[in-house]
Ligand binder design. Structure first.
Ligand code: ZN
Length: 178
């Protein structure tokens, strides 16, 4: 959220001054302080048969670039619930989460915050790009569109997956045909 210029309660101009250890917009008329609370988002590293599902963004920021299925946590939701909901909304797939994988920084200056990401694999549904994505596709580690990734967190998560996927034993099952 951008800094407010006027108090949302009494409409007085806000003054940026130090409150609780940081410079924050504050209202000297009524005492309101704008704490820029971090946004929380959840993403899924959705994999199957040594491929990962990426979605092409149809909305700003980074429209046209590839990202993990992800979205902002709604009030009352746990990040796990957000992750499952966003995969369904963006790709039509039902996902079984495989577990917590890590945190990353959301560096968008308008919505700075924390991305929590999970592993997962599809258990139902039909792959179809919808909602705020224009395309959803499976990529092998060698086919990842490195020059067209949406965010630094997308790259970081995919690099770590691709390195692990590439070095994984290649004789572990009948699905290993990539
Ligand atoms: Zn005020």
């Amino acid at each position: 959220m951008k800094p407010y210029q006027f108090c949302p309660y009494c409409a007085a101009p806000l003054i940026v001054r130090e409150v609780a250890g940081r410079e924050r917009p504050a209202c000297d008329a009524c005492g309101f302080v704008q704490f820029q609370d971090p946004k929380m988002a959840a993403a899924v590293l959705l994999t199957e048969d040594n491929k990962v599902l990426l979605v092409r963004r149809a909305v700003s920021p980074r429209i046209g670039y590839w990202a993990l299925p992800a979205g902002f946590v709604d009030p009352g939701e746990l990040p796990e619930e957000t992750a499952v909901r966003e995969v369904a909304e963006e790709t039509g797939l039902e996902v079984a989460l495989g577990g917590f994988m890590g945190f990353a920084r959301i560096t968008n200056p308008d919505k700075p915050g924390v991305l929590v990401y999970f592993g997962g694999h599809p258990v139902g549904g039909q792959l179809q790009a919808q909602d705020d994505v224009s395309e959803a596709r499976w990529f092998s580690p060698a086919g990842i569109p490195w020059d067209d990734l949406a965010f630094s967190s997308t790259r970081m998560i995919l690099e770590s997956w691709a390195n692990g996927a590439a070095s994984a034993p290649q004789s572990t099952g009948e699905n290993n045909h990539v």
